[in-house]
Structure formats: structure tokens, C-alpha cells
Write a protein that binds this ligand. Structure first.
Ligand SMILES: C[S@@+](CC[C@H](N)C(=O)[O-])C[C@H]1O[C@@H](n2cnc3c(N)ncnc32)[C@H](O)[C@@H]1O
Length: 211
């Protein structure tokens, strides 16, 4: 069963090379929005999938899906396709993702508008957000919309899972009240990455006062 899923979602080497070339080209055009020169590796996807709690009801939403390496690994790891949505803002990357992973619901849109995107899909609650967005290089106002909008749609026990290449929390905790935990480091990724998990502090608003 696992092998069948693996074959269905694992792109062949020729596709991986083409995806890497497309991704590099997109990075040259908009480095701060793409945030990485190469698509992520499977080990990082597995580490993010390990943070999901599928018993929490709602959709699983990936933000910044790119050419889909994390998408493919999430699905191989058992995320039910009928609960899954991939959000990607770049039209060329969204088109490549649809071609690579037919049957996956790809939303071409801005992760900063997540509540509206989910409403348009008829999704009422989100179980987990798996974010591949380069939060540290995106404009501060967009990061605020991503985090506030994300926690608006997240189930109270939902998780916001984020990777980063840096050593500190990629969500600036001086601006947000969240429980934050660096859950692992993935050395088998280029560059090595860390996975962070964020959850609500019960009874506390997520946004701190703007200062
Ligand atoms: C670091 S790449 C990750 C791509 C892929 N998930 C991976 O791990 O290889 C970040 C992705 O976020 C996308 N992105 C950046 N800003 C976005 C936004 N506001 N809404 C949706 N996607 C965005 C970029 O186009 C890019 O594909």
C-alpha cells in the first residue's frame, strides 16, 4: 500500500530535474518570495508530516507548495487527499504542481488571504497548516496576515508547522503569542532545515499589540 502511494506521488528523476530548473529560475526572478534555490527534500517532508495530528478535524493546508516535494511526501505519509489543499501564489509553479500531482487540490492564491481561500472552498475548519513560506524574507505585513489569518481558521487544537533554514523561530514571537517548539533539525536537506510547531496559548489572542 505504502509502495503504491509512493510510486503514485514520487516524481521521476527527469521531472525532479525539470522542477529544480523551474524553481531556480523562479528564485532568480524573485529570491525573497521563493526563499530557497532548491526544492525541499523528502526527509524534510517526512519530518513535517510527522508533526501532523490527523485526529484533529479539518483540512490540512500546505502554504507555498512550489513544485510539490513536500506535497508529495505529505500524501505518501498518509494525509487523506480529500482533506488536503495546496496553496501556491506563483502561477507557473501552481501549473507545474497541477501537472505533477493530478488530483491534488491546488489553490493558486495568496497565503495571506487564507480565510477567504478556505471559505471559497467551503472549508470551515483547518486541522493543520504546513507552511513552506519563506517567512523571514517576506514583508512583515504579509507575515502578519498569514499568521493571524491562519490561526483564525485553525481548529483550537490545530498546529501551524513551519520549516526554516535559520536558527531562531521563523515566526517572530515578539509579535505573536504562541506556544513555539523547534521539533527537529533535518540535516539531510539542502540546506539543512529545522521544523517548528506552533499552537495557540489557550485563552490568549494570537496577535500582540502592534508597536
Ligand atoms: C521555500 S519555497 C517552498 C516550495 C516547496 N514547498 C518546497 O519546499 O520546495 C516557498 C514557496 O512559497 C511561495 N509563496 C511565497 N509567497 C507566497 C504567498 N503569499 N502565498 C502563497 N505562496 C507563496 C513561493 O512561490 C514558493 O513556491
Amino acid at each position: 500500500m505504502h509502495d503504491r502511494l509512493h510510486k503514485r506521488h514520487a516524481p521521476p528523476v527527469a521531472h525532479r530535474r525539470r522542477d529544480a530548473a523551474l524553481f531556480l529560475w523562479k528564485w532568480i526572478q524573485a529570491p525573497t518570495r521563493i526563499g530557497s534555490v532548491w526544492p525541499s527534500g523528502r526527509a524534510l517532508g517526512r519530518a513535517m508530516a510527522a508533526e501532523l495530528d490527523l485526529t484533529v478535524p479539518g483540512a490540512i493546508v500546505e502554504l507555498g507548495a512550489g513544485t510539490g516535494p513536500i506535497t508529495a511526501t505529505l500524501l505518501q505519509s498518509g494525509v487523506p487527499p480529500e482533506r488536503f489543499y495546496a496553496v501556491e501564489r506563483d502561477p507557473g509553479l501552481a501549473a507545474a504542481l497541477r501537472q505533477r500531482l493530478p488530483g491534488v487540490r491546488v489553490i493558486e492564491g495568496d497565503a495571506g488571504e487564507l480565510p477567504a481561500l478556505m471559505r471559497a472552498e467551503g472549508v470551515e475548519t483547518v486541522s493543520a497548516i504546513v507552511s513552506c513560506l519563506p517567512l523571514v524574507s517576506l514583508p512583515r505585513a504579509l507575515v502578519r496576515r498569514v499568521i493571524e489569518g491562519g490561526f483564525d481558521v485553525l481548529h483550537p487544537e490545530g498546529r501551524f508547522i513551519q520549516f526554516t533554514y535559520g536558527t531562531i523561530s521563523p515566526i517572530p514571537l515578539r509579535h505573536f503569542r504562541l506556544q513555539a517548539r523547534r521539533v527537529c533539525r533535518v540535516w539531510r536537506n539542502l540546506p539543512p532545515a529545522a521544523v517548528w510547531r506552533y499552537t495557540r496559548i489557550p485563552g490568549e489572542p494570537v496577535a500582540r499589540d502592534r508597536g
